[in-house]
Structures are given as structure tokens and as C-alpha cells.
Ligand binder design. Structure first.
Ligand code: ATP
Ligand code: GCO
Length: 201
């Protein structure tokens, strides 16, 4: 994870937001989250960094995590998000079930879910070509079975990642701009954008 920016903009007036980049293993969460954190100059954390060693060992041994394995991990992540309430944050977290997202949503500040979604053949290919990651492709089936897509009343959006990473980033920018504009017109912009103009970049 990275530390909060040391020189946050003094003009930051809008309520900060937490962007939870969610989805199954290998969907592209880290790729998107890193790009957004850089553009928005927000602190970023990878949920994998919050797993106890026992969880990592379990997954590496091709055993899916249970709810009981996940609750303490999700609470630790939620607490980190609350610590970033002054700036907002970007985090990667599978957040597969609605109940997991509801827990994360108790962090201080607005919590937005960006669901990175990839069709299964592409996902399998990308995972097969990935190396140096503890998560085995054999757990993909369990990830897909556990995944509960965003409900309409949840604060967030599904972003397909079936083409290029640039397309994914562009879709995320577009949706975040529109939700920012909607919130601004209700006098509650969701976050301060530090890039020059990310709508047109
Ligand atoms: N649009 C894309 N086109 C091609 N490759 C992609 C695309 N998006 C992601 N990838 C690749 O797919 C792999 C998985 O991406 P990434 O690590 O970002 O996923 P993740 O959801 O963070 O995975 P995990 O949860 O298992 O850590 C990486 O090798 C990444 O470079
Ligand atoms: O809820 C889970 O089962 C875990 O978060 C997994 O999704 C992995 O940690 C991650 O995908 C690997 O990077």
C-alpha cells in the first residue's frame, strides 16, 4: 500500500470517496486501481496485503476462503479505509459477496464499487499467462461461483475489461466524471480531482 499524499491540495473541498475496485481474481483490479490512484493522487491499498498468512497459504494450496476467513480481513481493510477518510482512497478487493461489500461500506466516507468484469475465456487465458502470483488459476471457478454482481441500489458500476486496459480506464473515468457531476449538482461532489482535466485526458 502507499502512504497518503504528503501535499494534499488545499483546495480539496469536496467530500472524499473510497473507490473499491472489485472482481474475481485476475479480472484487472490492480491494473485499474493503480492507474486511478495515480491520476487522482489518492492513497492505494491492495486487499491482498491485509490477508493473514494463513489465508494466503490456503489459497495457494487451492482451497477457497470461507466467510469466516474473510470477515477479519475485510474488517482490517475497512478500518484502513476509515483511516484515509480525509483524502479518500483506492483499494483493490475481490468483494465478491454483497455482505462483504456492505461491511466495506461501513468505512467512514462514501464508498464506490467499480466491478471489473471479464468474460470467462479471456479471464482464463490471462490467468494462465500470469506468473509470480500466489493465486492459482484453479480457484477461478470458486471465485465465479461466489461472485454476487452489484445490486442496482449499490453505489457503483460494472466495467467490462474485455478489450484494452486503456478502454477500461476510459470507462472508469467516464463513469466517475458523471457521478462526480451528479453529486456536484447536488452540492456534494464525491471527490476532488487532482488531474488537470481527466474528462478530456
Ligand atoms: N485489458 C487487458 N488486456 C490484457 N491483459 C490484461 C487486461 N487487464 C488485465 N490484464 C492482465 O491480466 C492479469 C491480471 O490483472 P490484475 O493483476 O490487474 O488482476 P487482479 O484482479 O488484480 O488479480 P488478483 O485479484 O488475482 O490479484 C495481469 O497479467 C494483467 O496485466
Ligand atoms: O476473496 C477472496 O477469495 C480473495 O480476495 C481472493 O480473491 C484473492 O485474494 C485475490 O483475488 C488474489 O489476488
Amino acid at each position: 500500500m502507499t502512504n497518503p499524499p504528503t501535499n494534499p491540495s488545499p483546495s480539496r473541498a469536496a467530500p472524499p470517496c473510497h473507490l473499491v475496485v472489485m472482481g474475481v481474481s485476475g479480472s484487472g483490479k490492480s491494473t485499474l486501481a493503480a492507474a486511478l490512484a495515480e491520476e487522482l493522487q489518492l492513497p492505494m491499498a491492495e486487499a491482498d496485503e491485509f490477508h493473514p498468512e494463513a489465508n494466503i497459504a490456503k489459497m495457494a494450496a487451492q482451497t477457497p476462503l470461507t466467510d469466516e476467513d474473510r470477515w477479519p480481513w475485510l474488517r482490517a481493510l475497512r478500518d484502513w479505509m476509515s483511516e484515509q477518510a480525509q483524502t479518500g482512497s483506492v483499494i483493490t478487493c475481490s468483494a465478491l459477496r454483497r455482505s462483504y461489500r456492505d461491511l466495506l461500506d461501513t468505512a467512514e466516507g462514501r464508498v464506490i464499487f467499480l466491478h471489473v468484469d471479464v468474460d470467462v475465456p479471456r479471464l482464463s487465458t490471462r490467468l494462465a499467462h500470469r506468473s509470480g502470483h500466489f493465486m492459482p488459476p484453479e480457484l477461478l471457478e470458486s471465485q465465479l461461483q461466489t461472485l454476487e454482481p452489484l445490486d442496482p441500489e449499490e453505489d457503483g458500476v460494472r466495467l467490462p475489461n474485455d478489450t484494452t486496459i486503456e478502454d477500461l480506464l476510459s470507462a472508469a473515468r467516464g463513469w466517475l466524471s458523471s457521478t462526480r457531476d451528479a453529486a456536484a449538482s447536488a452540492d456534494a461532489a464525491p471527490f476532488t480531482d487532482h488531474s488537470t482535466d481527466w474528462k478530456n485526458s
